[in-house]
Design a protein around this ligand. Structure first.
Ligand code: UT7
Length: 328
């Protein structure tokens, strides 16, 4: 019997209804539509305004659609891995909240905190349980309620991010599925993209709240350069290791942080624009949500056997690329 691959057998995405355009942000901070669109490619993003709703609620919406599309009963799900940096609570994890809310009574799960690379990290973790024959139905969710950690007085960050989540089903396949991955990290990047307080180093106090330390802080220029380098290098290494060239790849699905970063990565690897899938204009950067949302938005383009590369870079620093042979 050949190697068992973990194949994506279904995808689903969910974004909240409320749209925040660049023009809406002009009313909050000193910015303008022209700057945001030309520097980032973003036109609008979605916001989960309801204070009673959290990351798990977006995950639940995506997973419910996924169960319907893949004709799966909640009790059949064995494992749920959730990529997020905005879980409902610091603890417990959001995966168990989602399992509970959808009635996945036979599933266990946990969260993975790898910022914008969270989905690809989680996909590979989930895939190992399928490849080893341990489980046959694993759900990987990626998403973030970024509006819960954004300072809407900071024009350098609040214009970039949005809320949303996506989910994929992983099942065993002899033929197609996840083929290989390169996942990397470098903790030296921490201070360039992080939330200063709220963890065990700087627990929440009246002072950390007053100093606005519970929001995303980013040195955009450093992250910009590191993102292009990390994604380009990991794609090239992945292709080399699998004896593939850029011409063998049908689709590149990059993390959607900035259209200029995506174009630079596409150019550096040599992919033509039509192979590089971009939807940042609609959602902004949904952190762990961008790749599953793109898989969901562009699903109709994919054919069985298509070679797809996912690539991401994010806080940590974390980055990497995944090679998939599409299974349906
Ligand atoms: O997903 C995780 C990884 N994150 C990323 O990959 C994000 C990486 N970084 C970026 O995408 C870009 O660095 C940003 C979009 C964040 C910023 O774009 P930039 O081209 O690097 O701009 P900058 O930070 O160099 O700022 C250029 C100018 C500055 O003004 P001065 O100093 O030239 O007078 C900023 O103050 O643009 C100004 N600026 C703005 N102007 C209008 C910064 N933010 C804004 C804004 N509206 N929202």
């Amino acid at each position: 019997m050949g190697k068992i691959h973990a194949a994506i057998t279904g995808v689903a995405g969910y974004v909240p209804d409320e749209i925040i355009t660049n023009f809406d942000l002009e009313k909050l901070v000193d910015t303008n539509d022209e700057w945001i669109e030309s520097r980032t490619g973003i036109k609008q993003r979605r916001i989960l305004r309801d204070p009673k709703k959290a990351m798990s609620d977006m995950g639940v919406e995506a997973v419910k659609q996924l169960l319907e599309k893949t004709n799966t009963k909640p009790e059949e799900v064995e494992m749920i891995v959730v990529a997020t940096i905005t879980g409902d609570y610091v603890f417990p994890d959001t995966a168990n909240q989602i399992a509970h809310k959808i009635g996945a009574t036979n599933a266990f799960g946990f969260d993975i905190n790898a910022a914008c690379s969270g989905f690809i990290y989680s996909l590979i973790v989930g895939s190992k349980f399928v490849e080893t024959g341990t489980y046959k139905k694993v759900i990987v969710v990626g998403g973030d309620k970024m509006s819960s950690i954004l300072n809407y007085e900071d024009r350098a960050t609040c214009i970039l991010f949005g809320d949303g989540a996506g989910a994929v089903m992983l099942e065993p396949s002899q033929e197609n599925g996840i083929q290989d991955s390169i996942l990397r990290g470098d903790g030296a990047g921490c201070e360039y993209l992080y939330m200063k307080a709220g963890g065990s180093l700087n627990p929440p106090t009246a002072e950390t709240v007053a100093n606005k330390e519970h929001f995303v802080t980013q040195d955009g220029r450093i992250v910009f350069k590191a993102a292009i380098k990390g994604m380009s290098e990991s794609i090239n290494d992945l292709l080399d290791r699998n004896n593939l060239t850029k011409d063998d790849i049908d689709w590149l699905i990059p993390h959607q942080a900035n259209k200029r970063i995506i174009s630079a990565v596409g150019d550096s690897v040599g992919f033509p624009d039509e192979k590089v899938l971009i939807n940042i204009e609609n959602y902004g950067n949904t952190t762990a949500g961008t790749i599953p949302l793109a898989l969901s938005d562009f699903e109709s383009k994919f054919k069985k056997g298509d070679k797809i590369v996912l690539t991401a870079f994010g806080g940590g620093f974390t980055w990497g690329s995944v090679l998939i042979h599409w299974a349906y």
